[in-house]
Design a protein around this ligand. Sequence first.
Ligand code: NAD
Length: 340
Amino acid sequence: MSTRRINVALGERSYPVVVGFGAIIEINSLIPKSAKRAVVITQKEVNFMPKLEIDSTTVNIGNGEQHKNLQTIENLVDKFAEFGLTRNDVVIGVGGGMVTDVAGFAAASWHRGTAVVHVATSLVGMVDAAIGGKTGVNIKQGKNLVGAFWQPSGVICDLDALKTLPDREMRCGLGEVAKYHFLTGDDLLSLEMTDRIARCVEIKAEIVSGDERESGRRALLNYGHTLAHALERSSNFALAHGEAVAVGIIFAAHVAHAMGRIDQSRVDQHYKIIGQTYGLKTKPDEKFNRKDLVALMRSDKKAVSGLTFVLDGPSGIEVVNGIDEKHLDQAFDAMQLNEK
Ligand SMILES: NC(=O)c1ccc[n+]([C@@H]2O[C@H](COP(=O)([O-])OP(=O)(O)OC[C@H]3O[C@@H](n4cnc5c(N)ncnc54)[C@H](O)[C@@H]3O)[C@@H](O)[C@H]2O)c1
């Protein structure tokens, strides 16, 4: 068994991410020494249970974004109380990004901060969601609007878990991998799977280490996400996160082109990388209403001054505020999204 260990360097809150086939064997080494008991939060579909050396109980939560809410947190903290979980104990999130976001937020809130270890079981979870300490849940006004920064004590990315991951979820993960492709220019698909995931973890770790609370460079990780979040919500989450990110990256390229930041050949390159290299859809099959999408993008929590996008341009990818709606219209026209 060969695993890779990547350090997320955050001073006293630094932690390792262990990547590889069979990495789950390292779980007990990531649990804080003070912990006498663990609550494992997972979903029945995930079916990837760590063997723990401390007393534990398992709680299954619902599957899907509609369960990523405050009701789920309330149910969980009730279970924590029943089990007698203390602040010195540990919460373990075993699942995709939905589970680790929920487990992280429940841990952050429990007794004002209890340790959490993440076992990422989806590709999105491994390359993105489980790393970096962003936790939270959705409310009806938007995704991830209630949450906390709460770094885990360690993260496991065991590639054995991916064997049961549905194909569609693998493709969603590739949407996030494609994002790193654009951020770094790295040819990530040329790497074998352990190295590919490890490289994505390294890229995310490096960005998070430099900007833990997203006051600057970390926002670049939202490349493709402004439209993606709107598409997810507007489709009532029929369109999955990674699928929406792939479309959102194409849309961002069109917005950048409409603003004169990039030329047509760079837009074409976006289509080639998303569509051909990563084999992802560049536009969704579903119909969307343009006005609804713009209203949702305006209410995006990143939109501090008008419409905010992460856009490609002459100095690379950067955050651009106050975008004129006419450029969005031009991008929608160019993309020929199915409209209703
Ligand atoms: N915190 C962050 O920085 C961050 C970053 C990116 C995404 N996210 C969040 O992550 C979520 C998306 O993550 P996701 O794509 O992993 O979604 P998800 O957690 O909903 O998982 C997708 C599906 O795969 C199933 N699944 C997961 N692992 C499995 C396995 N090994 N075998 C079989 N089925 C498995 C789940 O049960 C679910 O049905 C969103 O809520 C998004 O907001 C958070």
